[in-house]
Design a protein around this ligand. Structure first.
Ligand code: GLV
Ligand code: MN
Ligand code: MN
Length: 436
């Protein structure tokens, strides 16, 4: 049951739970979210885990350790997707975690093992991201409630429609004392592991991200009658801004920042009307918060200059902000040890340019990640693909990593250790800032 073929078949089965067949789309607090939780709960129970859905819709499964009530090592990833997604971004990490839990059934572990399936890593529905993991990290923000989704429903309304109680969100929060750490397996979503002909890699740090909803406001007018000196064309301003954004990010180099405009809407959107408003998203990432913030400051100043020269105006709404997250060395080492057991003597470490639930969890416990090669680095695309041999090595490495964490944890005194074990508890992991 706990082999790579089963894991891949399960990803295919989950891909059938979609709002937009044949495309894959499962967003937070949707009917598909509920259906995915039901299916994955069955798999968790077959692996010997006691399951429940937490106060914000995350699916959890737990098996006690040596004695009941010990702190937990959490392993997992997410079940929600971007629109027109691939089948592996998120689900593979959840399913691999279940496979590991199943294999370790009967092992005498010095901690409880919890598998968690988060449900809003991508932020597809409400524009924010990591809502499930931020709730677990105790970082839920009151101002999110009135944020509207793509369908116009507020988070508060969607929460109630899903059958959740907005007054109980804090029950999803976990404390540092309840957790040994968090490990996440995920496809790389980039080309570096494949380029080195490897199956696996370990993550050193996760990029800091900021997301914005930007609006350029001009003036709608007659496409024929308005002479150029009188035009205040919002779309032409946005186009100039977007090409500038790409140039700034490209010129920042390999370890600089990355900037993406992923969606644009124009009003009133008619063939014979000069656009009066252009709304577009901006996603910014960099290895350090300082680089990411400097890039935003530069981009903002430049858009304002473009607007001034075209008689338009910029409005900014920050929808998401997550600090860069350093992976804890003892957990990173455990992942590298796991990778070595698969025949890769010198495992590759790399920083993740994609965001992950591990960033939110880093606010309350130590975290580390195992990356699995994905074909041609393609992700957020239906062509996303993984090889069975890599998933097989991944599950082996993951299982060995958990056993290595158990050895290290045991030898450092386990739950009775006097000194704080986690970087988060000693303040080394920057807290996650949500919203603006
Ligand atoms: C999550 O996939 C992200 O946008 O990084
Ligand atoms: Mn993703
Ligand atoms: Mn993901």
């Amino acid at each position: 049951m706990s082999n790579a073929r089963t894991a891949l078949d399960r990803c295919t089965e989950l891909a059938r739970i979609t709002a937009d067949a044949p495309r894959i789309e499962r967003v937070y607090l949707s009917a598909e979210h509920a259906a995915a939780n039901t299916l994955v709960a069955e798999w968790m129970e077959r692996a010997g885990l006691r399951t429940w859905q937490d106060a914000v819709g995350n699916l959890c499964g737990r098996r006690e350790g040596r004695t009941d009530g010990l702190p937990a090592l959490m392993i997992g990833s997410h079940l929600d997707t971007v629109p027109d997604a691939g089948a592996y971004d998120g689900p593979l990490g959840v399913i691999m975690a279940i496979a590991v839990a199943e294999r370790l059934r009967g092992h005498d572990l010095p901690f409880a093992l919890e598998v968690i399936a988060f449900n809003d890593e991508e932020g597809t529905r409400f524009g924010t991201a990591l809502l499930g993991s931020q709730a677990v990290a105790g970082r839920w923000q009151e101002h999110w409630w009135d944020q509207s989704g793509r369908d116009g429903l507020t988070l508060r309304r969607a929460f109630a429609d899903f059958g959740l109680d907005s007054g109980r969100v804090s029950e999803a929060a976990r404390t540092p004392a309840e957790l040994v750490g968090y490990l996440e397996a995920h496809i790389e979503q980039g080309p570096y592991i494949e380029a080195e002909n490897r199956s696996l890699g370990f993550v050193t740090a996760i990029a800091g991200a900021r997301r914005f909803q930007l609006s350029i406001v001009g003036q709608a007018g007659h496409a024929g009658g308005t002479p150029y000196p009188r035009r205040r064309d919002a779309l032409a301003s946005a186009c100039e801004a977007i090409t500038m954004i790409e140039r700034v990010a490209r010129e920042s180099g390999e370890d600089g920042g990355i900037a993406t405009v992923g969606r644009i809407q124009v009003q009133p959107g008619a063939v014979n009307v000069i656009p009066g408003q252009a709304d577009f998203t901006l996603d910014l990432r960099a290895a350090t918060d300082a680089r990411r913030d400097a890039m935003w400051d530069g981009i903002r100043a430049e858009i304002e200059r473009i607007c001034a020269s075209r008689g338009t105006r910029l409005e900014v709404l920050e929808t998401h902000s997550a600090s860069a997250c350093e992976c804890a060395s003892w957990l990173r080492d455990a992942i590298a040890t796991g990778i070595r057991t698969t025949g890769d003597d010198d495992p590759r470490g790399l920083w993740s340019k994609a965001g992950h639930d591990a960033m939110a969890m880093g606010a309350i416990c130590d975290v580390a990640m195992l990356f699995i090669r994905c074909r041609e680095g393609v992700s957020h695309n239906p062509a996303e693909d993984v090889r069975e041999v890599d998933v097989a090595r991944g599950i082996n490495a993951y299982e060995q990593a958990v056993l290595e964490v158990a050895r290290t944890y045991d030898s450092s005194g386990g739950p009775d250790a006097p000194a704080p074990r986690t970087a988060a508890r000693s303040g080394a992991v920057p807290a996650l800032r949500a919203g603006a």
